[in-house]
Design a protein. Structure first.
Lengths: 117, 117
């Protein structure tokens, strides 16, 4: 069965610090990978996604993630965080199957990031 | 373009009562998903509709949960009778039919927070 592990449950950083959130998945086939973010009081939003091609993916608000197939990892990074990045971050994976088959997302447990001004 | 909407945003009911949650997907999205997050845990898949048909309902916890999508537009998720462990946030998401990789993105609604007392 597919599963996703997020190693950091709570992260506290000061503004301008660098961020790296770990995400590992287990699935033997071709996958699509996602990072979603939920800001306080808001709904889940897509931060970035990987389908194929360049394994270094750039998303919104200066975030990026690197897909390392050999390590089954898709870590999220940002060189300098801001107070407004305070949110919960979710890594998710689904199988790259198209044409009507179910593409349910398998989520990690989420990482709460608090950025102190 | 309107996003995914869910109603109600919050619901507080007593054990044994019935609650019906509603989701309106993005117009033109054939795929509709229900997910649930119990406090402190990961977001878990419940079921997937393609138009009005249930494609995958492997995540439904038990037969107290009934999901419908009559006419292939909005969907309802009814819990009857509700139990304490049903408390959580219920998310709905929608997507286009994934014929290509970049179609495989799910857009989430704000969620319905259900509290069963």
């Amino acid at each position: 069965a597919q599963s996703v592990s997020q190693h950091n449950h709570h992260v506290i950083l000061s503004e301008a610090a660098s961020l790296e959130l770990g995400c590992n998945y287990s699935y033997g086939g071709t996958v699509n990978l996602f990072w979603y973010v939920q800001y306080p009081g808001q709904h889940l939003q897509l931060l970035l996604k990987y389908f194929s091609g360049d394994p270094l993916v750039k998303g919104i608000k200066g975030f990026e993630a690197e897909f390392i197939k050999s390590k089954f990892s898709f870590n999220l990074r940002k060189p300098s965080v801001q107070w407004s990045d305070t949110a919960e971050y979710f890594c998710a994976v689904n199988s790259a199957v198209f044409g009507g088959a179910t593409n349910k997302l398998i989520f990690g447990t989420g990482t709460l990031l608090a950025v102190q001004p | 373009e309107a996003g995914v909407t869910q109603f109600p945003s919050h619901s507080v009911i007593e054990k044994g009562q019935t609650v019906t949650l509603r989701c309106d997907p993005i117009s033109g999205h054939d795929n509709l998903y229900w997910y649930r997050r119990v406090m402190g845990k990961e977001i878990k898949f419940l079921l997937h509709f393609v138009k009005e048909s249930k494609q995958d309902e492997s995540g439904m916890p038990n037969n107290r949960f009934l999901a419908e999508r009559t006419g292939g537009t909005y969907s309802t998720l009814k819990v009857q009778p509700a139990e304490l462990e049903d408390s959580g946030v219920y998310f709905c998401a929608s997507s286009q039919v994934a014929l290509r990789g970049w179609d495989n993105e799910q857009f989430f609604g704000p969620g319905t927070r259900l509290t069963v007392l």
